[in-house]
Design a protein around this ligand. Structure first.
Ligand code: PLP
Length: 464
């Protein structure tokens, strides 16, 4: 499989290249040159596979020429061995129509482990034997950072720098990052928002002084391999609920548009998805874009679901590329305009092509209401991000014979203050997280100033 940039002006890469590269040199994002498609018979034949077998089957078309299905199986077995549930991503039934897809059984209790545990193994595989040292620079609103750090801590030839907005991630999220004391892990707390941190990371990728000195790589969801790993659990859930004979709808708590874009990829590959509900909190740029065509940046409002406190959703560019007929120069012009003006309009033609996506927005009361409903009616304690998607799922008016799967993206203990406020219940940290609050923390606070952060990275990175 060959990968092309959404802005049409970077060299094509194979799967290994795209895994190590992250952002394309023209500022675009890499996507497969075509969407592979499974027949109905091929999808039916996936029933009964284990998670690891299914993962290798679904991902093999994307790694063709670089990794075989058998090689993928070995990597997936290693990656998902760190999960605490035998099903890896189990389904829980809430009522006659609604289901939860539990994606939080990995080492850091958030769905990002599903992709990042695999990415850690892919990095190791592609760096072994070579003389490249990889410098990973990322920005996190909480969950990406800890999952990425756990995926690469202690691995050779990798140095990781993780920027998070100072005092804007939960104490559990921060400690999951800052208590990893491996010498290749560098946590930087930035005075500013997640978007400020992400803008610095983007700028570093375009800064010749940095890119000439270091081999940079990304672990945020602009990395194609992450999205690819997330496609698997859409197949898993839909197969359990009757696909390919039966359609399934998904409701996805959305921030950077990575997780829900993986659902779109699953649909392109032939999975019968009835709709994808993009659920946002009050930071609702995606809801405005999909419902009214208005993709314009507003101020970021901090909420109890911080991983969704995002205005600019990087992966949306991948969808725009498809909606505009996969023409890189059109997407490049559109994104240049957006970067200057802070807004763009989606034409009615583009919105028609995006009809698989529905959207909804939940405010703080609606989020709390969904947490209470799950607790009181279904005896399930859910986290704030999941609650936003469950609220959207229950409002969506999906036909009664179509199951609606809400992606449960974080363990409730990760956001226990918000859960306690809504339900009166304080979820305990699972045993495997252990003594998080007794461990030593290590991080540096830096002003929201690009040069200071760049110099820090240049000063601490390994070179080879
Ligand atoms: C990252 C994250 C999200 C948002 O996912 P995107 O792929 O960025 O849209 C939602 N919920 C939780 C708990 C997350 O960590």
């Amino acid at each position: 499989m060959n990968y092309i940039s959404t802005r049409g002006n970077a060299s094509n890469l194979d799967f290994a290249g795209v895994t190590l590269a992250g952002l394309a040199s023209d500022g675009g994002l890499y996507v497969p040159s075509t969407w592979p498609r499974f027949s109905t018979e091929q999808i039916a034949a996936m029933r009964g596979l284990t998670y690891v077998e299914l993962a290798a089957r679904v991902m093999a078309p994307f790694t063709a020429g670089v990794l075989s299905e058998d090689e993928l199986k070995l990597l997936c077995a290693a990656a998902y061995g760190s999960f605490s549930h035998a099903a890896i991503t189990p389904l829980t039934q809430l009522d006659d129509q609604n289901w939860l897809l539990e994606l939080f059984h990995g080492p850091t209790l958030a769905f990002k482990d599903v992709a990042l545990q695999l990415l850690g193994h892919l990095f190791e595989r592609f760096l072994s034997g070579g003389n490249t040292a990889l410098t990973i620079v990322g920005a996190t609103s909480g969950d990406t950072g800890s999952a990425a750090i756990h995926a690469v801590a202690g691995r050779e030839n990798i140095e990781i720098f993780m920027l998070h907005p100072h005092n804007r991630v939960s104490d559990v999220q921060r400690r999951q990052m800052t208590t990893v004391l491996a010498p290749n892990v560098h946590n930087i707390a930035i005075d500013g928002s997640f978007d400020d941190a992400q803008a610095m990371v983007k700028r570093m990728f375009g800064d010749a002084e940095v890119t000439q000195a270091l081999t940079l790589s990304a672990v945020n969801s602009i990395n194609w391999a992450r999205l690819m790993a997330q496609v698997v659990y859409y197949f898993r859930a839909a197969l359990h609920l009757g696909a390919p004979e039966r359609q399934v709808a998904f409701s996805v708590p959305t921030g950077n548009f990575g997780d829900v874009f993986a659902g779109y990829v699953a649909a392109q590959m032939g999975l019968p998805i009835e709709r994808l509900i993009v659920a946002t909190n009050v930071n609702d740029i995606l809801h405005r874009a999909l419902s009214k065509g208005d993709y314009s940046i507003g101020a970021v409002t901090p909420t109890a679901a911080p991983s969704m406190d995002i205005q600019v959703s990087s992966n949306f560019e991948r969808l725009l590329f498809d909606l505009e007929g996969r023409d890189g120069s059109t997407t490049a012009a559109r994104m240049k305009w957006f970067e200057q003006m802070g807004k763009m309009v989606l034409s009615s033609d583009m919105r028609r092509k995006a009809a698989l996506f529905h959207s909804a927005r939940a405010d703080a009361d609606e989020m709390a209401g969904a947490m209470r409903w799950a607790h009181e009616q279904c005896n399930e304690v859910i986290d704030p991000h999941t609650a936003i998607a469950l609220h959207a799922a229950r409002k969506a008016n999906v036909a009664a014979d179509i199951p609606v799967v809400t992606l449960a993206t974080a363990h409730p203990a990760k956001f226990r203050d918000a859960v306690e406020r809504a339900t009166g219940l304080r979820p305990a940290l699972p045993h495997r997280i252990g003594n998080l609050f007794d461990r030593e923390e290590r991080f540096d606070v830096r002003p929201g100033d690009y040069a200071a952060v760049r110099d820090y990275v240049l000063g601490h990175a390994a070179r080879a």
